[in-house]
Design a protein around this ligand. Structure first.
Ligand code: AMP
Ligand code: MG
Length: 343
């Protein structure tokens, strides 16, 4: 029997160096080297991120090969994130992937990072549903850099229906988290401290944005102003109300996201929803979408396993494999891009 192709995926768009090897939609290895240095700066410092990718990339690749129990000569193609993301970080992954492709004489596959978040659902057993979503579906990508509703008609036939006009949802949670005294990334800390909180104690304004676009900066300012005002009167306000504040923020965030998806369903008549991106790790967001889907048998909701929500090499490798199967190879002369372009 012919050997199934083995693809290596390289992800360096932000602050995690991710390298994964997959074969036949099975993850053979998935290595992530996170960058803790950004914690003390309250956000990702681009210059430091690229330097650390440069330091860690060969280590991550070597680890991925060893843990996949393969030899580098068995790899059939290399895929890497071309964009969007931090340009210095992307260039590290691109240079590595191009050299690897030339050195081993294997094809190069470029990956759009947003597309990869969605296509991570095509890794075997990548979601809690343990099944692949059928087309068409609505993808909701919510991450540190992006918030988008995408109509997905096929693996590489995607159309953006709505995007954030300002901050992404992850960025918003991370910025709010700083004022609550957490370090970057704050999203998981907000989730942690919201346990046992009263999610109706504090009401923050929801942005009014027509159509399917999002806006999070107004919501963020509302929360920040509210907390600053309360702190002036009582310096212990955050400490005394931490779990209620976190639970209330989380609930409103989940509602903003769900309301837009409901609008998208009405507009497109597509009832299948696929969540992706780091913020989709959040249990309250998962809970609110699952309970929405229970209301009507027509709705289907796909939730990624937590390890595939934040940036990882496996989502780049699966997108590479899907491209490989369709002969969608790229030239060594491609250029990385930081801003989102069309798919
Ligand atoms: P990504 O850009 O896809 O790697 O996602 C990173 C973003 O996801 C950051 O803004 C994190 O704060 C956010 N994030 C990760 N886990 C959670 C969580 N459990 N709840 C809320 N946000 C989260
Ligand atoms: Mg991402």
């Amino acid at each position: 029997m012919k050997k199934k192709p083995i693809i290596i995926g390289i992800e360096t768009s932000c602050d995690d160096t991710g390298v994964s090897i997959i074969q036949d939609k099975n993850v053979l290895s998935n290595i992530i080297i996170p960058q803790k240095i950004h914690k003390k700066y309250g956000g990702v410092v681009p210059e430091l991120a690229s330097r650390l990718h440069d330091k860690n990339i060969t280590k991550a690749v070597q680890k991925a090969i060893v843990s996949a129990k393969i030899n580098k000569n068995q790899i059939d193609a290399i895929s890497f994130t071309l964009g969007p993301g931090l340009i210095g970080s992307l260039l590290v992954g691109a240079s590595f992937a191009k050299s690897f492709s030339m050195g081993l004489g294997i094809p190069l596959l470029t990956v759009n990072h947003i597309q990869a978040h969605i296509l991570s659902h095509f890794i075997k057993n990548a979601n809690i549903n343990n099944s692949y979503p059928k087309f068409p579906f609505l993808g909701l990508v919510m991450s540190g850099g992006h918030t988008q509703i995408i109509e997905v008609n096929d693996f590489f036939k995607m159309k953006i229906l709505g995007s954030t006009l300002d901050d992404s949802v992850g960025e918003t949670l991370d910025k709010i988290a700083i004022i609550l005294g957490f370090h970057y990334p704050g999203g998981p800390m907000i989730e942690f401290f919201s346990k046992n909180g009263n999610n109706e104690k504090f009401i923050f304004s929801k942005p009014i944005v027509n159509g399917l676009n999002f806006s999070f900066s107004g919501f963020k300012s509302d929360v920040l102003q509210f907390i600053k005002k309360k702190l002036k009167k009582n310096t212990f306000f955050v400490k005394q109300n931490l779990s209620d504040i976190c639970a209330s923020i989380q609930k409103i965030t989940a509602e903003i996201l769900l309301e837009k998806v409901q609008k998208a369903i009405l507009k497109t008549d597509i009832f299948r929803i696929v969540l992706a991106g780091g913020v989709s790790a959040n249990s309250e967001i998962r809970r609110i979408f699952i309970s929405f889907a229970k209301k009507n048998k027509k709705y289907e909701i796909f939730i990624p396993k937590k390890k595939y929500t934040t940036d990882n090499g496996a989502m780049i490798a699966i997108t590479g494999l899907l491209k490989y199967e369709r002969n969608l190879f790229d030239s060594i002369h491609v250029s990385s891009y930081s801003k989102f372009k069309t798919f």
